[in-house]
Design a protein around this ligand. Structure first.
Ligand SMILES: Cc1cc2nc3c(=O)[nH]c(=O)nc-3n(C[C@H](O)[C@H](O)[C@H](O)COP(=O)(O)O)c2cc1C
Length: 247
């Protein structure tokens, strides 16, 4: 994959409001390290929290009056759109908030309606493909969703978010890395344990850039929790106790 390219253009969209302190970005950086082990790349990081984004006003002029042009021109979206079009790999990295995407990521996503095809009443039930269809579909472009959460069972808490991404991108048209218990793994400050856990994301980055995708087995392996249920409960009880005491 991408054999004819000297360098890969990678765009990382960090949707954690914590920006540089994001635990999810630890996973994302490990994945990027794996990619860099195999290929030369230009990596650009955008913190969504730092962007000037106005909310979509729902006028649908990007679907009717124009072919994909948004009426709101005085914010950062048009620049980001150009970067999205140019990237070979787009990585969206964010924490799970209320079993979905954080508000700032939703605000950002709504403004990308112009990148989807105009809806003309088709009753498309083929979830293998994007329901609306991508206006600028590019078979060589890849999308990776990286998200971390507090719960242990990702198949339960990510159900609605994954359904949403399946509708937007098309089921199996993107790679997903869903990681449980991540903030606690960072908080316990055990460098050895963290490095060992992150190593599998470096290997995943190498696999991804070689094949252009991640196997289902690899995705399942990346979702294994770092702590047993018992140990995790002890860490969380301790964490909340210390939070109270440090008031
Ligand atoms: C407002 C809010 C809502 C959250 N909702 C969930 C949730 O629905 N399920 C879950 O497992 N974790 C939830 N979490 C925990 C975060 O997903 C988790 O701590 C994540 O690893 C933080 O990533 P970050 O450091 O990159 O921001 C929530 C956290 C916040 C602040």
């Amino acid at each position: 994959m991408w054999d004819n390219l000297e360098k890969l253009n990678i765009l990382v969209l960090n949707g954690s409001p914590k920006m540089n302190n994001s635990s999810t970005m630890k996973v994302t950086n490990a994945f990027l390290e794996g990619i860099k082990n195999k290929r030369d790349c230009n990596i650009e990081l955008i913190n969504i929290q730092a962007l000037n984004i106005k909310p979509c006003i729902g006028c649908l002029s990007c679907w009717g009056k124009t072919e994909g042009e948004c009426i709101i021109k005085d914010d950062d979206i048009s620049i980001v759109k150009q970067k999205l079009l140019k990237a070979d790999i787009i990585i969206e990295s964010f924490p799970l908030f209320f079993f979905g995407m954080p508000g700032i990521v939703k605000l950002f996503t709504d403004r990308l309606l112009s990148m989807m095809n105009t809806y003309r009443g088709d009753n498309n039930k083929d979830t293998e493909r994007s329901l609306h269809g991508l206006r600028y579909d590019d078979p060589n472009k890849r999308f990776v969703l990286i998200s971390t959460c507090a719960y242990t069972d990702v198949s339960l808490v990510y159900e609605s978010l994954i359904k949403q991404y399946d509708f937007i991108c098309g089921k199996d048209s993107y790679s997903k890395i869903l990681v449980p218990q991540m903030k606690t793994l960072v908080d316990v400050n055990n460098k050895n344990k963290l490095d060992k856990y992150l190593n599998k994301f470096i290997l995943a980055g190498e696999e991804f850039v070689s094949n252009g995708t991640l196997s289902k087995e690899c995705e399942a392996n990346l979702s294994k929790p770092p702590f047993s249920e018992g140990a995790y409960k002890i860490f969380l009880d301790q964490f909340w106790k210390e939070e109270k005491e440090s008031k």
